[in-house]
Design a binder for this molecule. Structure first.
Ligand code: CO
Length: 333
């Protein structure tokens, strides 16, 4: 039973066919024209009028030029942030998209309701992906490449895919919507990212200092496997690179235990998130006893937080931009 998501489409279909048979049944038409009380000429006139009524809307539609002229656009979608000083990282994304696609029509959307609410409170525009796509259709766009600035192919990305799928091909809406993959969507991405992450490290990092990249994590999503998979490429790039996540695995406990076993004295903490927002300030660098920084201190390891999101690094953004190029090419397929 659960395999049938809803009975509504079937209900709508049968209601529609009932309505259609009521309107244009040939039998109903014949009985009118054969009516004895109606003179033949009048019946013919009525038929002509009816035919005109039916064809006029079609003629009017043809007068509007049929298919709308193609208009391409790019929609950038990030989780967003409630932390104002984290936003320049997102401006960096737009700067790089404009540099690589001069003249492109670019719009933004935020997939986190909290992030939208905080922007709206400041009187700034803040559309959801659904709202942004609807607005673009109203603006006359026909083809939109949506680029996800999420990190893994997780819940946020799948939500975006579902939205794009639902919004494609609606009457008077967008003809074609493609979606670019998030940052970490293949082993090639993981290999590139492990090297590109070095661009976030300050020069003060000394040999023997570990670096922990802190991701968001999601204990319930299959794509959360991306985090332990990423550890393989991090180790390849630098034997003292580690990964840990706020929710799920590898946990803060896992990584602090590994660092203790490796006799590490100092660990640089870097968010593996587009922006250094609430999670970076609190779960990573905060003073609460359960933050990553506090748990390291408890084990005698000095934490050195770096409050920079991955979107602030041009080298990392270029991985997302490779995915945008694919999405743009797919608009023609
Ligand atoms: Co969160």
């Amino acid at each position: 039973m659960l395999l049938v998501p809803s009975g509504l489409p079937a209900l709508r279909r049968s209601a529609l066919s009932r309505a259609l048979s009521g309107i244009s049944s040939p039998a109903a038409f014949r009985s009118t024209s054969r009516s004895r009380t109606l003179p033949l000429l009048a019946a013919q006139l009525l038929t002509l009028l009816l035919a005109l009524c039916l064809t006029l809307p079609l003629a009017a539609q043809a007068g509007h030029g049929g298919e709308a002229a193609r208009k391409d656009g790019i929609l950038l979608v990030a989780f967003g942030t409630t932390v104002e000083e984290a936003r320049p990282a997102l401006d960096n994304i737009e700067r790089l998209v404009r540099a690589t696609h001069p003249g492109a029509e670019i719009r933004w959307a935020w997939s986190a309701r909290k992030a939208r609410a905080s922007l709206i409170k400041e009187g700034k525009p803040a559309a959801s992906p659904q709202q942004a796509l609807a607005d673009m259709a109203e603006e006359g766009f026909t083809h939109v490449a949506v680029q996800s600035f999420h990190t893994i192919t997780g819940e946020e990305f799948h939500g975006l895919l579902a939205t794009a799928h639902a919004m494609e091909g609606l009457p008077k809406g967008l003809t074609r919507i493609t979606v670019g993959l998030p940052l970490l969507a293949s082993t090639d991405d993981a290999e590139s990212l492990a090297v590109a992450l070095k661009s976030l490290l300050p020069k003060e990092r000394k040999p023997g200092d570990a670096v922990i990249f802190m991701g968001h994590g999601n204990p319930h999503h299959p794509a959360a496997l991306s985090y332990p998979a990423m550890q393989y490429y991090l180790t390849k790039a630098d034997p003292l690179f580690f990964i840990s996540v706020v929710e799920g695995s590898p946990s803060f406990d896992d990584v602090t235990a590994t660092l203790t076993a490796r006799k590490v004295r100092t660990a640089w903490l870097v968010p593996l998130m587009a922006v250094a927002g609430d999670h970076a300030h609190n779960d990573m660098a905060g003073d609460e006893p359960d933050s990553l920084a506090s748990q390291l201190r408890e084990r005698g390891i000095t934490p050195r937080p770096v409050l920079r999101g991955t979107a602030s690094s041009d080298a990392i953004v270029s991985i997302w931009l490779r995915h945008l190029d694919v999405a743009l090419k797919q608009l023609d397929q």
